[in-house]
Design a protein around this ligand. Structure first.
Ligand code: PMT
Length: 400
C-alpha cells in the first residue's frame, strides 16, 4: 500500500488511544504520505507533540498562535489536506463536530475542510452505546464522513466492550482502500449484483431451493463497494449480512421477486453481475394450507421461472453484463452457450467437479469466458475471486 504524495491531516483529541497515533503516523510516513498533526489541548496530556513532530517530520500545532506572533492558519491546513483523520475521536469532539462548535484549532480546521473526513471514535463502552453518541455518529455519516468503527476489547476503565479505537493497521488499510478506490474504473459507477438462492413456495411451510449461501455474491458486492462503486445487492434468502455505505441490500425470496427488483434498477446501472442461483422452475400452484401426507406418492407440477439474466440481456443497452454458469458436465460448452444465448459480455464458469468450488465454500475456482478469450484461475478465496472478476470488468470498461 503506498500513500505516495497523499497529504493527510491527523486531528488528535484527548483520549488514552492517542498513544496509538505514534504508530499510525510512523506507518503513514513509511508509506510516503505527508502527515500534518494537530492536537487538542487535552490530547497533549496523553501523547507528546514532540514525539508526533519527530515521527511526522513536521511541527505539530496545538494553538491558533505560535511564538513570535505567528498564526497557525486553520484554513490553509484544511485546504492543504487530501484527507482528514480524526483519531482518536472522543465523544466530546464528535458532538462538537456534528454541531459546528469551534473552540480550538482542531475544530476550526475541521470546519474549514472540504476534503473527505474519516473518524476513528474511541471511548468507554457505555459512552459508545449512548443514544446521543449513536445519533452523533449517524449525523456524521449523513455529512458524508467515514466512520472507522471502534473495536471490541479491554478498555482503559478495565471494562470489556466496544469502544477501543481501531488498531493503526486497520485505519491504514481503510484509508488505503479509500485512495485505491479513487483510481478504480468502478469508482462512482452503479453496479447491480444478484446473490444467494431463490426459494419457490410449495405451501406455507415448504419450498424448492438450492445450496447457495450468497458468499460469492456478497464478496463481489463488498469488493465493488470498496472500489467506490454504488452497489445494489439483490439477494435471495441467506444468513449473511453486509454493511457498507455504498451497498444497498434488497432481500427477496422468489425468482419473480428477484426479477422485479432487478428490473427496477437495471436501466440505470453501468454493470450487472448475476451470481444468484435462481430456481429454474416453480410450483404451478402454491397450496394455501400445509399439504397433508395422505397418499404414498405426490406430484408437484412445475412451470418455468422467468430467466432474470436473459431478460437483462434482452434489454441491455450500455451495461456490461456478467453471468455465472454453474455446471457439472460439458462445462465449457454449456457456459459458452449461455454467454451467447443470454447476450452477455462475460461469463464466470464454476464447476461442481472442482474440489473447493461452488456452493457454500469460502473458495471458488473459475474460468472467465468472453467471446474472444478464456482465462483460467486457480482455486482461491471467494474474496480474491471477486477481485479477479472485477479486474476483468474494469479492463472491459477501460476499453469501451
Ligand atoms: O452462493 P455461494 O454458496 O457462494 O455459491 C456461489 C454460486 C455457486 C451460487 C455461484 O458461484 C454461481 O455459480 N452462481 C450461478 C448459479 C446458477 O444458477 O447458474 P446457472 O448456470 O444455472 O445459471 C446461469 C446464469 O443465469 C446465472 O448467472 C444465474 O444467476 C442466471 N439465471 C438462471 C436462471 C434464472 N431463472 N434466472 C437467472 O438469472
Amino acid at each position: 500500500m503506498s500513500f505516495s504524495g497523499k497529504k493527510i491531516l491527523i486531528l488528535v483529541t484527548g483520549g488514552i488511544a492517542a498513544y496509538k497515533i505514534n504508530t499510525l503516523v510512523r506507518d503513514f510516513v513509511k508509506e510516503n504520505a505527508e502527515v500534518q498533526v494537530l492536537m487538542t489541548p487535552d490530547a497533549q496530556k496523553f501523547v507528546s507533540a514532540l514525539t508526533l513532530s519527530t515521527l511526522s517530520k513536521k511541527p505539530v500545532f496545538t494553538e491558533f498562535y505560535g511564538d513570535n506572533g505567528t498564526w497557525n492558519s486553520h484554513v490553509e491546513m484544511a485546504l492543504w489536506a487530501d484527507l482528514i483523520l480524526v483519531a482518536p475521536c472522543t465523544a466530546n469532539t464528535l458532538a462538537k463536530m456534528v454541531n459546528g462548535l469551534c473552540d480550538n484549532l482542531v475544530m476550526a480546521t475541521y470546519l474549514s475542510a472540504k476534503c473527505p473526513v474519516f473518524i476513528a471514535p474511541a471511548m468507554d463502552l457505555d459512552m459508545y452505546q449512548h443514544p446521543s453518541t449513536n445519533i452523533n455518529l449517524e449525523k456524521a455519516k449523513q455529512f458524508g464522513h467515514h466512520i472507522i468503527p471502534a473495536e471490541h476489547g479491554e478498555l482503559a476503565s478495565g471494562l470489556i466492550g466496544q469502544g477501543r479505537m481501531s488498531e493503526p493497521h486497520t485505519i491504514l488499510e481503510v484509508i488505503g482502500k479509500y485512495f485505491n478506490s479513487k483510481h478504480s474504473q468502478l469508482s462512482g459507477k452503479k453496479i447491480l449484483i444478484t446473490a444467494g438462492p431463490t426459494y419457490e413456495a410449495i405451501d406455507p411451510v415448504r419450498f424448492i431451493g438450492n445450496h447457495s449461501s450468497g458468499k460469492m455474491g456478497f464478496s463481489l458486492a463488498k469488493e465493488a463497494a470498496e472500489r467506490g462503486a454504488l452497489v445494489t445487492l439483490v439477494s435471495g434468502p441467506t444468513t449473511l449480512s453486509i454493511e457498507h455505505p455504498n451497498i444497498k441490500l434488497i432481500r427477496v425470496t422468489s425468482a419473480k421477486e428477484m426479477l422485479t427488483e432487478v428490473m427496477e434498477v437495471f436501466d440505470s446501472v453501468d454493470v450487472a453481475i448475476a451470481s444468484a442461483a435462481v430456481a429454474d422452475y416453480t410450483p404451478k400452484v402454491v397450496a394455501q394450507e400445509k399439504i397433508k401426507k395422505n397418499e404414498d406418492s405426490f406430484t408437484i407440477e412445475l412451470v418455468k421461472n422467468p430467466d432474470i439474466l436473459k431478460t437483462m440481456g434482452q434489454q441491455k443497452k450500455h451495461q456490461i453484463l456478467v453471468g455465472f454458469a454453474l455446471e457439472t458436465q460439458n462445462e465449457m460448452a454449456n457456459a459458452k452457450g449461455k454467454l451467447e444465448k443470454k447476450n452477455l459480455d462475460m461469463i464466470v464458469l464454476n464447476s461442481l467437479r472442482d474440489e473447493g468450488a461452488g456452493f457454500q465454500k469460502d473458495t471458488n475456482k473459475i474460468n472467465l469466458i468472453t467471446k474472444d478469450e478464456i482465462v483460467t484461475f486457480d482455486l482461491k478465496p471467494k474474496t480474491e475471486v471477486a477481485k479477479d472478476i472485477l479486474d476483468a470488468v474494469e479492463a472491459r470498461m477501460e476499453n469501451k
